[in-house]
Design a protein. Sequence first.
Length: 405
Amino acid sequence: MEGRTRRWLLRKILAEGRHEVAALLSTCTDGFHRVSMHGARCSLLNRQTDALGIPCRKVFIPQKCINDDYERIMREACLEFKAAGITQVAFGDLFLADIRAYRDRMLAEVGMTALYPVWGLNTSQLAREFFRDGFRATLVCVDSQKLDGSFAGRAYDEALLTSLPAHVDPCGENGEFHTFVHDGPIFRKPVAADLARSCNAASSISQIYCLNPGRWKTKTKQISKENPMNNNRYLVLAGMVLAAAAARLLPHPWNFTPIGAMALFGGAQFASKRAAFLLPFSALFLSDLVLGLHRLMPFVYGCFALTVCLGFWVHHQRRADRIVIASLLSSLVFFLVTNFSVWACFETYPKNAVGLFECYVAGLPFLRNGLLGDLFYSGVLFGGLALAEYRFTSLREPGLVPATA
């Protein structure tokens, strides 16, 4: 359930409020771990359903699946849903009567019924309502026997609609193309993805774009040139990191600093790993030049690098619980490493287990302040960016960015 018709269908069902959506259902190919219809990776499908806040039941079918096997596997999946008390399945079909009859027959065999909330709607009108409602999608699969392969990878918008040949349905209902929806009013956050070009010679679809999870492969400079919105976001992120570093110069309790939050924020928000390390490290170093350098700097910067890596983990799913967990881990790692370095590099404590224990006990008040500081500044940085993204959509992380060859 990845495309524009199904997403609009989902919104319609949710808006009407007459049915409860228990789960989404999608068919994937075993071994490839991609959606069978158009090749989007299952991991990307997970991101989409996570952004929607609705669980997804993936039904895996074998490669070169014959119809008997397909029907058996789908029947088993439907029986599982029925056992859980689910009796209806909603489809986004518009006008293909033979497909509808097939679905009705298969569901009847397991004692379930089908819903077709968008059946018979004008596809041109439906596409434009999709745009007006604020959904964003990209063509990820094009049947080059029906539509030129250059349409693959294009945004599904009004400009594309006007450039479609007359024989192509505006919603691709005849299989001319398939889309992946990555943002819209029912999404809690945009879905981040790459576009990687590949070729499927085994089917009639000779050109296919597969969406890959992960950060963008395009260099920051190239992104900025192609899409100014990315540049705006980059500048805002850089400004927030620099502002956090400058906060170190203000009076504050010992260890109540934005250091850990800066690193976590950089790893979680910058699309480029290089930028995620370079900008927070540069900001930290500039503030250290003002505050003064010391013998333990390598240990501090090592902890900083580890926290950036924790930010990469948060980047995959920017949820509040992940941010809190990463903040706490960052504080704990900083406490363990820096107190060990104090014990190892200075003569303050005996060089034995007792001395190391005493060093850690003496550092507990600093751990408390470090925990509070990391949580506070993480809330300021992540919360501030979320508010800015809500108010200014141009600052949102782009849901889909073409990857370079």
